[in-house]
Design a protein around this ligand. Sequence first.
Ligand code: ATR
Length: 311
Amino acid sequence: MPTEFSKPLSATTRLLAVYGQPIRHSASPAMQNAGLAALGLDWRYVACEVAPEQLAEALAGAKAMRFLGLNLTVPHKLLAVPLMDDLDESAREWGAVNTVVFEAEDPEGWWRPIGQLREIRGPIRARGYNTDADAIVSAITQDLQLEVRSSRVLLLGAGGAGRTAALRLAAEGVSELYLVNRTQSKAKALQREIEERYPAVTAHVGYPEAEVELVLNATSLGLKAGDALPWDAAQFDLRRADAAYDMIYRPAETPLLAAARAAGLRTANGLGMLLHQGAAALALWTGRPAPVAALRAALWREVYGPTGEAR
Ligand code: ATR
């Protein structure tokens, strides 16, 4: 079912965009436009290829053209932090911006998202948010029916995504985190950071001896056919875990998830993270609850095709 807007594009249509490089495979326009249509808004969401050295210009351009908001993806999430006029607590906490809300003052002098204002008077400011980190917990909780708090987690990967996942899971109150990464020094640095920021959480470097509730892959292994497995099967038998989550969603079933399913674990791929970060961004721009079912249906169709098969 194609996205149906009640109004065609016109001079009153307002714009949102995602900036990234590369951007042409982004599923966000399909997802967000379905959400905008479901909400009956005369808004559209487009994808723009933006080079990192032109991010500042592109942000200023969107502000000048009165775009309502933006999403930022690779390689902009860290670069955008010092370019914002204001940072939400979420962006400060996680040190990255994936959602920008353009704001202006309402008649009472409160800064409000311009998508929620009848009229824009005075200056516009860019306020940076991070909806990625919470999306990790939402996706794991909903897709795996797993209570993150007090659980034990084997986390594969200590790069950008792995670090955010580790810190967000620690903030959620996991009891133990086992950190495994090809470059062990990064896992050790992350262990130290968790010990400093979340002293109630025990972080180990290496595989667990005992059972864990969750194995979480935050490495890039599994994206390409022929990739090595992201964990050492000789050191950790998957049957010692209850569930496996892979942040990768293309392919729909990575070798880790296939092995986990064969071993009887509950499994889910990373598309739920994309859904939940997008739903949270849409709610920030509109001030209304996101139509999650419409977003999910459009996202799955865009990524896996009308029959739901992996592309
Ligand atoms: P992202 O922002 O997606 O996390 P990243 O910061 O480059 O990207 O992190 C990629 C992760 O995949 C890292 O954990 C990386 O391990 P290193 O820190 O040792 O580089 C992991 N990774 C990538 N290719 C790998 C490979 N061939 N074998 C093992 N781990 C790999």
